[in-house]
Structures are given as C-alpha cells and as structure tokens.
Design a protein around this ligand. Structure first.
Ligand code: NAD
Length: 259
C-alpha cells in the first residue's frame, strides 16, 4: 500500500514552503520519497523546513513577485536535479479589503504572487515535464477561486485566475502524461489567517472572538482545516494513482461550498 504513494526518484518544486500549507506539502512529498526544491521569501522559516527534510534537497530564498527571481529558481532547481516532475504552486498572500478601498498597489501585489508567479512557474516547468512525458502540477487556489465573498476583491480574482490556468494547461497537456489540478482550501489554520483576523473583524464590525465564532459557524464540520489535510490531497494528486485526474479543482473546506 505504501508503494502506491511513493514519489521515489521524483523531483518536486514547492513554493511558499517556509510555513503553513507549503511546509506540510514539502515534508509530506519528501516523506514519500521525493527530492524537493523549496522556496519562500521568509528565509528563516524556509531553513527550518529544510532542516526537517531527508535526502538530497534544495532551498532558495525567492521573492516570487520578481520575474528574475522566478527564472533563477527554475534554473537552480534544474542545475541541481536536472528535471522538475512535480510543481506545487502554493505561495500566496491575502488581504481583505472593501472593494472601493482596494489600491492599485494592493491589487497588483496579490496579482503578482498569487497569479503571475503561478503562470510563469507553470510555463517554465512544463517543458521539462513534456520532455520526460510525465508531470504533475498542483496549484493551491482557494474556495475564493470559485465564489465572490465580501472583501475579497483583490484576492478572489487572483484565485479565479489560478483555476483558469489550471483548466487550460490541463487540456493542452493531458495527452503528454501531465496532469494539472487545483486544490481549493476553505479556512486553514495558518499564519495567513492569524495575520488578517484583525482586518477581517473590523470589516465585519465584530471583535476578533466574534469573528472567529462567525467563521467557524460557516464551516459545516465546525472547525478550521488542518494544513496537513491539504497536504494529504496534494500527495495523492502528485502520485501515480491520480493519473486519470486532470483539470479538476478540489475543495478542502469542511463543506463550506459544494461545487
Ligand atoms: P502562510 O502565510 O502560512 O504561507 C504562505 C507562504 O507564502 C509564506 O511562507 C510566505 O512567506 C510565502 N510567500 C508570500 N509571499 C511570497 C513571495 N513574494 N515570494 C515567496 N514566498 C512568498 O499561508 P497558507 O495558509 O499556508 O497559504 C498557502 C496557500 O494557501 C496560499 O496560496 C493561500 O492563498 C492558500 N489558501 C489559504 C487559506 C487559509 O485559510 N489559510 C485558504 C485558501 C487558500
């Protein structure tokens, strides 16, 4: 049974691996046997993740809002491993804001990390997957890639865009042994949620405790998602067992949405 999920001999590039979902994905794919190349803008968290890995791996401090740093990330990964089998586009930023208060700067900062970097990393990784007639792309989007919730005017368009990239690339490369899927988390217990809870509470006119209770009440399983629950789906989508699954966007949201 264990072999079914083995990633031995595979190279996986995972973005935003300093903490949260990305760290869990990196450790899980590595535990399944993959060599991982991990990046993040947060170098100390990245180093902490790296120190927990086994085998031959790579970490690269990278600001994904910079196009040149994305190119360097791909080049250094190829220099070390000679291939990219699995790409997990996980890094992301979130900032709730009422629509008319969204500055161009805010809109563009979310666009650059949440969408443009995903496009560039897919574009630059796909040639290596095509060459090897095998590849897995897993984009961590959001349920905000499917619905338009209040105060998500900068975030939701970036995540809707990720689903667009996922669907188009899946159609173009389905006959090349490459699958492209998205995972759409609901509310996951990570730093991004901690960092924005004050802003969210203010926007809804609640205090932070009331905001937390109101959030949990919208989740049918009545709790936040654990980042490992997202990583476990990523493991399945990264492996051989999922080779007939492409162009899909799976929710890990405790039942918050049903489509
Ligand atoms: P997190 O804040 O714990 O992790 C995100 C990581 O991305 C951080 O380590 C951060 O340093 C990194 N990052 C941010 N900007 C970067 C940049 N310019 N270059 C490189 N790295 C950068 O949050 P998380 O919850 O683990 O988020 C992971 C993904 O899941 C994101 O794409 C997020 O949008 C998505 N998501 C999260 C939730 C949630 O509730 N936590 C819900 C839906 C979707």
């Amino acid at each position: 049974m264990k072999d079914k999920f083995s990633l031995k001999g595979k190279t996986a590039l995972i973005t935003g691996a300093a903490k949260g979902i990305g760290r869990h994905v990196a450790l899980t794919l590595n535990e399944a046997g993959a060599n991982v190349s991990i990046c993040d803008i947060d170098e100390s968290g990245l180093k902490d993740t790296f120190d927990k890995l086994n085998g031959d791996n790579l970490y690269l401090k990278t600001d994904l809002s910079e196009v040149t740093e994305i190119s360097a990330l791909i080049d250094k990964t190829i220099e070390k491993f000679g291939k990219i089998d699995i790409l997990v586009n996980n890094a992301g930023i979130y900032k709730p804001c009422s629509f008319t208060d969204i500055s161009l700067e805010l809109f563009e900062s979310l666009y650059k990390v949440n969408l443009r970097a995903v496009f560039l990393l897919m574009k630059k990784s796909l040639p290596y997957m095509i060459e090897n007639k095998w590849g897995r792309i897993i984009n961590i989007a959001s349920i905000s890639g499917k619905v338009g919730r209040k105060f998500n005017g900068a975030y939701a368009p970036s995540k809707h865009g990720v689903l667009g990239l996922t669907r188009v690339a899946s159609a173009e490369y389905a006959d090349k042994g490459i699958t492209v899927n998205a995972i759409c988390p609901g509310v996951v217990d990570t730093q991004i949620v901690q960092d924005t809870k004050k802003d969210s509470a203010e926007l809804y006119g609640l205090n932070e405790n009331e905001m937390y209770d109101a959030t949990v009440n919208t989740i049918p399983i009545k709790r936040l998602i654990n980042p490992q629950e997202v990583a476990d789906l990523a493991l399945f989508l990264a492996g051989e067992s999922s080779s007939a699954i492409t162009g899909q966007a799976y929710n890990v949201c405790g039942g918050m949405i049903q489509y």
